[in-house]
Every structure is written in C-alpha cells, then in structure tokens.
Write a protein that binds this ligand. Structure first.
Ligand SMILES: [Zn+2]
Ligand SMILES: [Zn+2]
Length: 347
C-alpha cells in the first residue's frame, strides 16, 4: 500500500494542526501497475501433487500470472521456465506433529509457514530442533528458518485444524510478515465455526493490538490439468487460480522488488475483485474498485462500517485519529468475488 498519494507531506499537516481527513486527489491519476502473483502452490516435489514444476508454471502462465512462488513441503523448488512468468523459489515449512501446546482439537497440529522469495545464494544457518512443543515455539522455529533463507514468512491457513489463533500469531510476529487470511483451498475453514473466529476476525484482532501483519489470498493448489481425473476417482481436487495477490510494482519487476513491495504491504489480496488503485492517506484509505457497482466495506477493530462516497470514482474508509488506529477495506463485486486491502494505520 502506498501512503500519501495526495502531495501534502505529513509534517505539514501536523505543523498546521489540520484535523485529519481524507485528502482527495484533484483528478484521476494514471492507473498504477499491479502484478498478479501466487504465493502458495505445490508440484510433484510435494507428495500430495502429481504435476511436475514446469507444468505447474505453464498452467499459471496460461492463467495470466506475472509471478509465482513454489511452496513445496519442506523442499525448495527452484526451476527456470521460458516466457514472461517470473518463477521464484520458496518452501512450505511443514511442521506436522501429533502433540503441541495448546493441544490439537483433532489428530494433528499442522503448523505451516511459507518461506517466500527464498534467496538461492544464501546458505541457511544450522538450526537446532525446537526446544519444546508449544505452538509459539514451533511457529517461531518455522519463521526463523524462513528468515535464515532470506525469505518473507507467511503464517499459513490459521484455521486449518485451528492451527493458530491471534495470541499465537501475536507472540511470534517479529517483523514484516504475511498472514494467509484467504487460503482458498477446500479445507481451510476461513469462516471459522461456532467456537472459532474467522481468519478475518483473527486478522482484525491482531491489527487492533498493533501487530502489523499483511493479509494474503492464495490457492494452496495441488491439482492442475489432472483436477478432473482426481474428481473422477472420488477425491477432492485442490485447484488453482482461486486466490492471489496483486502487487504494486512496475512490469518486469524482479523478485527482490516484489519481495520488498510485499514487505511494505504494497499489495491487495483477491479472489477475483479488481482494484484500479488503493492509497493510504493521512485520513484514511482511498479505494478505487474497477467495477463501479462494487460494495466497499470498511473494518476497524473488527466492526464493519460503510465507505463514504467521494467526488471521483473512489470510496473512502475514514481512519480514526486515535493513536494506533487502523482501517482496512473489503471490496465485494456484484458476482460475490472479493478483494481485501492492507490496513492503513494512524500516523
Ligand atoms: Zn499447509
Ligand atoms: Zn500447502
């Protein structure tokens, strides 16, 4: 997310004691460039996929992606492919243990951390085994491993087997980090249940506590051209192009540029809704949905409230002046497809 499109520097606003309020642009700005990226996918370097990495990359290229990060289970997949698709090495650090604290509510503690944008030139430091079986210890171990690979960590599918609540994530957040709020695989239980909050409620709990984590949407895909075959034998197919990120970066950006933009929160997550732009201004979040009839809902402290219309085609989610306040937005298209902006924080 980019802060301060409207040219008044923040210091000037403070010096003049101007009450905060969205600063409206004088006219439509040129559309920024957003690159379509996938942050969670598997190939046959994972035991639960049968598709070779080259075929996976081709599948994503055919679906309009600008970049993908391979995240095979406990293995770095680093392949080069011809064409415009940027293929980036990564790994799903897959901690599957039968016992953890607090204990699992089923047979397994699947505590998974994606290491995204792995630096292939780096030799990771030797890492001792986790000291105990607390969820916080295990997640911190996974995050440290991701950072030792030069990677940006992502806490995956927090509601899969109820892996991570807000307390657990708050305890391990140690710098720029992603949270997979919209893992679009079949069994990620993003909506929660009667006794567990949704992944978005977990995110809001974190943001309200001042924990800066950026929210992502992903596929966690395992099946591609073979999806029909998998269904025909009565199994669930975990397909792709269901959730992705749009990163604000120039066309042709390299892996380092994409990684840095994501670490700064300069992207939105989506399962199909498109934004022309999103800007974090001194007084709030300015959102330009591509579809003029899209609904924009604002969230602060978990409570939704409607966006305000503005003079141009954008909507405004106003930011409270309370120190530490945040606001984020969810955009819902007429077809039900959504997009989620990153939070905008009070200065
Ligand atoms: Zn996983
Ligand atoms: Zn996965």
């Amino acid at each position: 997310m980019t802060r301060g499109r409207a040219n008044l520097p923040l210091v000037a606003l403070l010096a003049c004691a101007v009450p905060p309020g969205p600063t409206l642009p004088a006219g439509p700005a040129p559309k920024p460039s957003f690159l379509k990226g996938q942050l969670h996918l598997h190939s046959n370097n994972s035991g639960d996929s049968e598709t070779p990495p080259g075929d996976v990359a081709r599948w994503y290229a055919e679906h309009g992606y600008d970049f993908i990060v391979f995240t095979d289970h406990n293995r770095i997949t680093d392949v080069s492919t011809p064409g415009d698709l940027l293929v980036i090495p990564g790994m799903e650090i897959t901690i599957n243990v039968e016992r953890c604290e607090p204990p699992p509510q089923g047979p397994l503690c699947p505590l998974h951390v994606n290491a995204l944008f792995v630096d292939p030139t780096r030799t990771p430091a030797e890492q001792p085994d986790p000291a105990d079986l607390r969820r916080t210890t295990l997640f911190a171990w996974g995050i440290a491993k991701a950072r030792s690979l030069g990677a940006l960590p992502q806490i995956n599918h927090p509601n899969f087997h109820w892996a991570a609540d807000a307390d657990t994530i708050a305890a391990v957040a140690d710098g720029p980090m992603l949270l997979e709020v919209a893992n679009e695989a079949i069994d990620s239980v993003n909506a929660g249940d009667a006794t567990h909050p949704s992944t978005f409620a977990i995110w809001d709990q974190l943001l309200a506590r001042g924990v800066h984590v950026w929210g992502t949407a992903t596929d966690d895909a395992h099946h591609y051209a073979d999806a029909e075959r998998v269904r025909a034998r009565g199994e669930l197919a975990f397909e792709g192009d269901r959730g992705w990120v749009m990163v604000r970066a120039p066309r042709g950006a390299n892996a380092d540029q994409l990684r840095d933009a994501m670490a700064r929160g300069e992207f939105y997550a989506t399962n199909g809704a498109v934004l022309d732009d999103v800007v974090c201004d001194s007084g709030g979040l300015l959102v330009w949905p591509q579809a003029p009839d899209a609904e924009v809902r604002c969230f602060a402290g978990g409570e939704p409230f409607p966006a305000e219309p503005a003079e141009s085609s954008h909507r405004v989610c106003r930011l409270a002046s309370t120190p530490g306040a945040y606001v984020r937005a969810e955009i819902v298209g007429a077809d039900g497809r959504r997009a989620w902006t990153q939070p905008c924080w009070a200065p």
